[in-house]
Design a protein around this ligand. Structure first.
Ligand code: G3H
Length: 252
């Protein structure tokens, strides 16, 4: 166990959540008790429309807020986009970049994800850079080469490891109820850590790598106790405070 890598349990609400859902954020803050606060970091990434209201409600708590994406530029003529600085201004401390849904739906390349991660760092945010192979890539025996290319192409090598989080999310496990075996997770996280080490000595050992893809209260303990797993990026099961806190409780 590397104590520099404090576990992080992060919830990604994706395009879910109207104002009524702020009550779940209140419940998460209430349920994040001293026993858990001592051991882990907890983060919610609601839709951008809820960030400012959530920030007001979370003031004085230890629950952090994050955005789900940011533009690579600080400002300008980019209709519909949100910059990292705007997310920080609204109360975010983290931002997810390169989620597979962004890579697939918006054709985001490693180069663009890298630019977004750098924009996040410049705005004082901690980027959570997502990587992971598709089912087809895995079946073709390319899981490692895909992940290696994503690490080389989308992680800013200049970022100090304590300012960067990586999330390994096999695309075929997202929202499907399917998960890799703990052995598979250990293998892929170990591999990712080696590739991160190639970005600079000591980076592999010090960078937090989260697992994401169908994490639920029922499988959290098994997945989060795998070596080289430093937390979870949770989608569907982060929408209800009860489920999200039950996942975080794997670290009790
Ligand atoms: O960002 C979260 C991941 O895409 C996982 O989503 P999921 O927990 O619904 O499978």
């Amino acid at each position: 166990m590397n104590f520099a890598r404090r576990p992080l349990v992060a919830g990604n609400w994706k395009m879910n959540g109207l104002h009524a859902a702020l009550s779940e954020i209140d419940a998460i803050a209430t349920g994040f008790d001293a026993g858990l606060r001592e051991k882990i970091d907890l983060l919610i990434c609601p839709p951008a429309t809820l960030l400012a209201a959530a920030a007001a409600r979370l003031e004085g708590t230890d629950v952090a807020l994050g955005g789900q994406d940011c533009h690579a530029q600080v400002s300008g003529a980019h209709t519909g986009d949100v910059s990292a600085l705007m997310l920080a201004d609204a109360g975010a401390r983290f931002v997810i970049v390169g989620h597979s849904e962004r890579r697939a739906d918006h054709g985001e390349s490693d180069g663009l994800v890298l630019a977004k991660a750098r924009a996040a760092l410049s705005a004082g945010l901690m980027p959570i850079v997502c990587i992971g192979e598709t089912r087809g890539e895995r079946d073709a025996g390319q899981a490692e080469s895909v992940v290696a290319a994503q690490i080389a192409g989308s992680l800013p090598p200049e970022a100090p490891p304590e300012r960067l989080v990586v999330a390994y999310e096999p695309v075929w496990a997202i929202g499907t109820g399917l998960t890799p075996t703990p052995q598979d997770v250990a293998r892929m996280h170990g591999f990712a850590r080696q590739r991160i080490e190639a970005l600079g000595p000591g980076k592999g050992a010090a960078t937090r790598i989260l697992y994401g893809g169908s994490v639920k209260p029922e499988n959290a303990r098994e997945l989060l106790r795998v070596s080289d797993v430093d937390g979870a990026l949770v989608g569907g099961a982060s929408l209800k405070a009860k489920d999200f806190l039950a996942i975080a409780a794997a670290y009790r």
